[in-house]
Design a protein around this ligand. Structure first.
Ligand code: GH3
Ligand code: MG
Ligand code: MG
Ligand code: MG
Length: 325
């Protein structure tokens, strides 16, 4: 199982959080207000520190917020020709704007509207008449929080990718294969579909390392991964299981097709020498491949991998540079 990731690992320190909004890094804000005196006053208070747009028409505001790159919406709940709450609820229901902060502007005597706004999911509010300092503080907080959340999300995404990717080749790693092969097998058996698994192993890889050095061995592994990727479809899953051993899982693929793919890949490897030392030298590489396909409704990931491994073993025993099913 994947362990929890600490905030230190995902690269967010409290000092960094503070620096998210330095001077000159103001927010991009859309003001939605149809009273000229009101939005002009707001804009004049914010323009020194932020990039401010004004949109008096709520429908246009909805469109602009989904298209534009805003970090905060300031929405008046006392629009003259439109229900500001309706705009807020539309903003919350669209994927593109769901996490866009909303700062609502309320009349001090309209508590009912404010309560509904909070239920819809506005992030903060200001009562009229707007106090300049309060406005600045609440705007800064919302913009900072939005940037912090986005950075957090990006870093989590990167951590997840790193956890399932092989660093040398960029293919998936063993952990990912182990967590996914079972699901793919289950999907195939439950839908009565075919599934093929290839286990690939570079022949005499140790002697490549011995003759040319470990770095050249790494060059070979990277180039090998590129050729594997070129030989398979988008829905096929390619993983480096460790060392110079790889696994390719091909959904909806029977033995005849799997054998064709494997044989094509074997030839592609053997026919074209691999560049090492920044392309200054070339080295001949061959691989052996074992194939197994789903055999019954009761087959499972462990068994199918085991059969592919046994086929690979026979390919090695019979002289290498060959495909065995
Ligand atoms: P066979 O044809 O039987 O597969 O022989 P082989 O030499 O390929 O197999 P063996 O398992 O004896 O050797 C694999 C070698 O792969 C040993 C190990 O040092 C090397 N190796 C494992 N991981 C890496 C790596 O990340 N980079 C490099 N350059 N070498 C690696
Ligand atoms: Mg070996
Ligand atoms: Mg080998
Ligand atoms: Mg090996």
């Amino acid at each position: 199982r994947m362990r929890a990731v600490t905030s230190r690992e995902i690269g967010i320190e409290s000092a960094e959080r503070e620096s998210i909004m330095e001077p000159g890094q103001g927010g991009r804000i859309l003001i939605v207000d149809d009273r000229r005196s009101s939005y002009e006053r707001l804009a004049s208070m914010l323009e020194k520190d932020h990039v401010v747009d004004i949109e008096p028409d709520p429908s246009a505001a909805l469109f602009r917020s989904a298209e534009g790159n805003y970090e905060l919406m300031i929405v008046s709940l006392s629009l003259e020709n439109f229900d500001g709450l309706r705009l807020c609820s539309q903003l919350r229901s669209l994927d593109r704007t769901r996490s866009l902060p909303i700062l609502a502007l309320c009349e001090p005597d309209d508590n009912a509207k404010l309560m509904r706004g909070l239920e819809i999911g506005i992030n903060d509010y200001l009562l009229r008449p707007i106090d300049r300092n309060e406005l600045h503080a609440r705007v800064r907080t919302q913009v900072r929080r939005k940037r912090y959340t986005e950075r957090l999300r990006d870093n989590v995404q990167m951590s997840i990718e790193a956890a399932i990717t092989d660093g040398l080749t960029g293919l998936h790693n063993r952990r990912y294969m182990e967590s996914h092969l079972g699901k793919l097998v289950e999907q195939a058996t439950s839908r009565g579909k075919e599934l093929a698994v290839l286990v690939l192993d570079i022949d005499y890889f140790k002697s490549i390392n011995d003759n040319y050095g470990h770095d050249c061995g790494d060059d070979v592994l990277r180039e090998f991964a590129i050729r594997v990727r070129k030989s398979i479809r988008g829905i096929d899953l390619a993983c480096r299981m460790g060392g110079e051993e790889f696994v390719v899982v091909m959904p909806e693929t029977d033995m005849a097709v799997a054998a064709t793919v494997a044989e094509r890949l074997r030839r592609r490897i053997a026919a074209e020498p691999f560049p090492i030392e920044q392309g200054n030298r070339m080295v001949d590489v061959t691989i052996s491949i074992g194939i197994a396909t789903l055999e019954s409704q009761h087959d499972n990931a462990t068994q199918i991998l085991k059969r592919a491994d046994q086929a690979l073993y026979r390919a090695k025993r019979d002289g290498r540079n060959r495909v065995v099913a």
